[in-house]
Design a protein. Structure first.
Length: 82
């Protein structure tokens, strides 16, 4: 999965969906983009960089200053609010 191009300082709403057995749960987070980058997980993956599984991650700053690190997967939706 490629890392989406989001400029630092852009206000976005991220909707992250979690598919469960009989329902889908969604969570919305709004904030300002601090960074977007691929970061390694603790999982081993033979064909990944440094033999690790890498995931795109989005660092957001919420209005109250809290920093949130969001893993981006195929079910994640990002909408610009600018």
């Amino acid at each position: 999965m490629s890392v989406p191009m989001l400029p630092k300082g852009k206000r976005v709403r991220v909707t992250h969906q979690i598919e469960e057995r009989d329902r889908v749960t969604a969570a919305n987070i709004e904030g300002i983009v601090e960074s977007v980058e691929g970061r390694p997980t603790g999982s081993w993956f033979a064909h990944g960089k440094n033999d690790r599984l890498w995931l795109p991650r989005l660092l957001l700053r919420k209005d109250d200053g809290e920093l949130i690190l969001v893993n981006i997967d195929p079910q994640t939706r990002i909408v610009s609010l600018d």
